[in-house]
Design a protein around this ligand. Structure first.
Ligand code: ATP
Ligand code: MG
Length: 547
């Protein structure tokens, strides 16, 4: 296999396991709980699991950890499949589900009871919590802890048969109530839940906990390297303890890596759910959301997400990644793929006094100056244009080189234009510029003439109109604690933008650069979303950090 030895500790580990014959085929899995939509943090786990399997010629399963029917939904399952595919990965065979294994998991639970490693506890959830102890105090054993195995087995079977209401009893592992690791203090393996499951319907009223289902599902699938985030490190002793005691024929190992944490956003499904439920955003796919659907709707290409994730360290130490790095990857991807167009976000009318009334010229405009293969298109030029309001100042400061009375600028792909006069309305607001153009300057600047600025424009009679949404950060600080840090100005909707012809028909998802303004994409509900601006903060951050 042609895999570099270095890389991260997980790939090194896999290398060693293969070299020393501990495993022959690498099997990984991505195990989402179908109780929400995937976010960019999940992308790190997806890329790691699928890429590792691919690099080492193995397989990666998509496994839904559907052990809590109270919170799960088929709609999430469908969305997760779609998002993983959008990211560019394909799972081995059909997606699998923890619920596919409910029968085996239950048989193995009976085995644990029969071998004295699990018992039915009739304490309430509250009693179990209170007797669990703390970091400084050991837990107290349940009065049911030493009941005969036969009695527990009988109760477990009756639990399965529906003889008890939720909360009446649970199945617990018999490990060590004095363990320094609270996860080892007789954790709950099964609880009774009165919920219809999206896949198994009403076949079960007994559901395994995450800790029990996860490792055993890994074993059933023959997963060799079960990759998860650091918060599961404390669960690893339990993962191993259970796998040593169930009659599984394979022995997976768990490895933990640091989760992705990013400045300026929150990557927790619970917090994201709040944003949606309390209508702080328009939905899971709101372009401000760090969800994969939000990013997609914003116009972020999957390749940029993969590139971003590939630059992240797979390590044991938690760290926060600058959101500017993701933007940088997005710009790199879009700079290559997005065609250039002209659009004016805040239009100001220009009338060219010396241009014939009813004439239209069709001028050549390059589709992507960095890519000659992208070709060119014709854009109409006429007596009345729209330019950006920001590109004119009546009384400009020294460093402002764009239009002002008496100033000359270049109109991109067209002519030099001089401003003669600004017309104002009764409130003193500039509503129109009267200008002259130089017919001799099409496609070039005459010798010795200094023109410092080039501005974009759109021919007024030919322009399309659109609503454009500009997005700012969803939170006001780098390290948001919660809803109190929400940025009230994260969305700026411009209702009256003008577009060069043809842009109005751009299909959603196709990226485009509006010259001088940023990268945009058409929204499925109409209008355009700005994906990212043109200014790259990542280089500045790297210089500051000395990187
Ligand atoms: P959340 O904390 O947002 O609720 P979760 O961990 O409960 O997420 P799961 O559906 O259980 O969500 O996650 C599926 C997989 O994705 C798990 O293996 C989990 O470790 C991983 N994962 C979740 N968040 C991140 C993250 N920020 N960075 C890397 N991996 C993550
Ligand atoms: Mg989880």
């Amino acid at each position: 296999m042609d895999v570099p030895l270095g890389g991260d500790f997980i790939r090194s580990r896999i290398h060693a396991d293969l070299a020393e014959g501990r495993v022959t085929k690498i099997i990984t899995r991505f195990p989402p709980e179908p109780n929400g939509f995937l976010h960019i943090g999940h992308a790190k786990s997806i890329c790691l699991n699928f890429s590792v399997a691919e690099e080492f010629g193995g397989r990666c399963n998509l496994r839904f950890d559907d052990t809590n029917p109270a919170k799960e939904d088929q709609a999430y399952i469908d969305a997760i499949r779609e998002d993983v595919r959008w990211l560019g990965f394909e799972w081995a065979g059909e997606p699998v589900h923890a619920s596919d294994y409910f029968e085996t998991l239950y048989e193995w639970a009976e085995h644990l009871v029969e071998t004295g490693h699990a018992y039915v506890d009739e304490q309430s959830a509250e009693e179990i919590r209170q007797t669990r102890g703390s970091l400084t105090e050991p837990g107290r054993p349940s009065p049911w802890r030493d009941r005969p195995a036969a009695e527990s087995l009988d109760l477990l079977r009756r639990m399965r048969a529906g003889a008890f209401p939720p909360g009446a009893c649970v199945l617990r592992a018999r490990i060590d109530m004095a363990s320094g690791n609270i996860n080892m203090r007789d954790p709950v393996l099964y609880r009774i839940l009165d919920h219809t499951h999206p896949r198994t319907g009403d076949a079960w009223c007994l559901y395994p906990t995450y800790d029990y289902a996860h490792g055993q599902s890994d074993a059933i699938e023959g997963v060799t390297h079960s990759l998860c985030t650091l918060e599961f490190a404390d669960h690893r002793p339990l993962y191993d303890w259970l796998l040593e005691r169930v009659p599984a024929s394979t022995r997976p190992r768990q490895y933990e890596f640091a989760r992705l944490d990013m400045t300026g956003t929150i990557l927790s499904k619970r917090a994201l759910t709040r944003l949606v439920q309390d209508s702080h955003v328009a939905g899971w796919d709101d372009p401000r959301m760090p969800t994969l659907r939000g990013l997609r709707r914003r116009g972020v290409p999957a390749a940029a997400v993969r590139d971003f994730v590939s630059r992240l360290a797979i390590s044991k130490s938690a760290g926060r990644v600058e959101a500017a790095l993701l933007d940088h990857c997005v710009r790199e991807a879009l700079n290559r793929s997005a065609e250039r167009r002209m659009a004016v976000l805040r239009p100001l009318r220009v009338v060219i006094e010396n241009y014939p009334e009813s004439e239209t010229e069709w001028l050549d405009a390059a589709n992507n100056p960095g890519d000659p293969d992208a070709g060119s298109r014709k854009v109409p030029f006429s007596r009345e244009l729209w330019i950006e309001r920001d590109d004119f100042m009546e009384d400009p400061p020294r460093k402002f080189f764009r239009l002002a009375p008496g100033r000359e600028v270049r109109l991109r792909y067209a002519y030099l234009l001089t401003c003669l006069e600004a017309i104002k309305d009764e409130h003193g607001e500039v509503v129109e510029l009267r200008c002259r153009y130089d017919p001799e300057t099409r496609g070039g600047t005459p010798d010795g003439r200094k023109v410092k600025a080039t501005i974009h424009w759109v021919s007024a009679p030919h322009a399309g109109r659109a609503r454009v949404r500009l997005y700012g950060p969803l939170f006001t600080c780098d390290d948001p604690a919660g809803l109190e840090d929400l940025n009230p100005n994260s969305l700026d909707v411009l209702e009256d933008c003008r577009l060069e012809p043809g842009l109005a028909d751009l299909e959603p998802g196709r990226p485009v650069q509006f010259e001088r303004l940023g990268y945009f994409t058409a929204d499925p509900d109409g209008g355009f979303n700005r994906t990212v601006g043109l200014r790259d903060d990542w280089a500045r951050i790297k210089v500051r950090a000395g990187g």
